[in-house]
Design a protein around this ligand. Sequence first.
Ligand code: NAP
Ligand code: SF4
Length: 674
Amino acid sequence: MANYPHLLAPLDLGFTTLKNRVLMGSMHTGLEETKDWNRVATFYAERAAGGVALMVTGGMAPNREGGVFPGAAGLFNDQDIANHKVVTDRVHDHDGKICMQILHAGRYAYSPDCVSASPVKSPISPFPPKELDEDGIEKQIADIAEAARRAKEAGYDGVEVMGSEGYFLNQFLVTHTNKRTDRWGGSLENRMRLPIEVVKRVRAAVGEAFIIIYRLSMIDLVPNGQTWDEVVTLAREIEKAGATIINTGIGWHEARIPTIATSVPRRAFTWVTQKLMGEVGIPVITSNRINTPQVAEDVLADGCADMVSMARPFLDDSQFVAKAMRGEADLIAPCIACNQACLDHTFSGKMTSCLVNPRACFETELVIEKANASKAIAIVGGGPAGLSTALACADRGHKVTVFEKASEIGGQLNMAKTIPGKEEFYGLVDWYAASLAAKGVDLRLDTEAKVEILRDFDEVIIATGVTPRDPSIPNEGGHVVGYRDVLLHGTQVGDRVAVVGAGGIGFDVSEFLVHEGESPTENLAAWKEEWGVGDPEETRGGLAPEGPQPEAPARQITLLQRKSTKVGKGLGKTTGWIHRAALQMKNVKMMGGVNYEKVTAEGLHVSFGEARENPQVIEADTVVICAGQVSERSLADSLEAAGVACHVIGGADVAAELDAKRAIDQGTRLAATL
Ligand code: NAP
Ligand code: SF4
């Protein structure tokens, strides 16, 4: 096999064979809760058709008390079984295999009815759990086994028992959350009793020829987590209890170490899974920040695991495996691990999707099909809005021309990729370039589109983006620069810097300025040291005994905003804490509620409150303006004046809090209608 020989090799499980080594890991999408089973089935069927060997559904609750939130989906009755059968049938029609994840949230359940080993409230939930008695524990085991039996009846090829990320089964394993003195707590044997019993009972409920994946927390990343000996002992017992495969879980949800965000190095935790190789006789899957076929291939070739789990990459591109097989890796839409449209949505109660691929989970609603007639379409602007629109228009059979006045495509993405921790944006820009070429889009770089040229097209789309806002702070001899000067043009910046504006770009610029030399995201050892990731063989839970050891900041930064709310409040729901923590580790001073008075050679002069009291000078050699943007609409205005109709999208349409997610979604939806 020419391409990716390890990744594309089959895996024989005895009673069934997986066609390659790729697992689509579990993701809670919110699809099941819509109760539109055709929509759920279409999501999974598209991915089965794309060649992935095995998929795992989002977590299904085994009972009401174990649901992640009240009303969480599960297989509670015959109708649920019939609904899930719609999904499994469609997956099997495409030669796919699918396991249902059984997720009991324990104390992470967002409900006053949540249950656990002991009444120890989690730091990420407002509800203290009820301590289960012997009968209560038996009920949970029976409910999980019954959920597995129902999954088999619904046509699933197996189940994944969720035993990691700090959920119910994990909560029994460590003394941090298990304070019991009966046969379910205390000694390791007692703490392991629940997960082992669960796997035994699930196996008894489903019979032999049925996949049981056990997701096992291999590095808890919380104080008093498991030791490595405990992890290995548990894994062996789980194998004996009847599991078919062991999957890797990294970190509890309450861990204060990022595990999947974009600043986490690629394959940052495969070394943990590798430790388990040879300790058990069943296949082992590794996970986290694996997002290209080459990375996955290398992980397997290095002997880190028997199989690789990728989840979010299948939101970006359902055809990941098929394209890898065809040697078209450069055409796989990359997951940049931003969480902006997937986990941030999930945790805000919104339908999951993908920043790069707005069709993810909207497959039945946002349909890109061949247009009745091919049109000549001009797109002005080669940023994310324009490029996504161009690709979708080309897919529809239109003849597309993109005009970009710069010498390269990417727009604002070219700034993002310069930030330490955001190197994934390079891959995104490269993917746009490869896809434009593959789809025959006529790309005209260094070209300013003129009204007279645009007049000749059937449709004109303006995606000219934004220009930085000038907050007009009086400058009396200070050094003031814009964020584009710093990120794109290499303008020199002094040792003491005041950053005006604490939105996504203010944070990015601060991150850029506190680092010097190699980005920790490109150097696993440095990244582990920075965040305090140790070895579970040496310390419980794998937390480094000395804690986080960040490098000294390259500059002294003050990050300011006028709002009096917490600085960074508007950042991503699941990633904002990482950006704030990263800057705090670099001693960045964050100040809210300021008025900007003036800049002098001394620095930035601010005052506070409506009465502009308590004047203060933020001593700074350079002031960097990151005060948001305004729409760049001059071409749209000229077209309107000349009577040429156009569609305005992305930042050119609305600049306020513009982000790539909205721009790409808007452009793709427009393309679907042309
Ligand atoms: P932004 O998020 O809109 O933030 C603009 C900042 O400038 C705010 O802190 C605002 O705070 C301040 N500001 C606004 N008007 C001002 C004025 N007249 N004078 C002084 N300060 C002013 O814009 P951005 O930071 O430029 O980012 C643009 C978009 O790119 C973001 O919305 C985001 O979606 C995207 N982005 C995202 C990320 C990410 O990590 N997800 C990273 C970079 C960029 P006050 O009004 O309180 O002063
Ligand atoms: Fe990946 Fe971002 Fe898409 Fe989520 S939204 S799947 S993290 S690219």
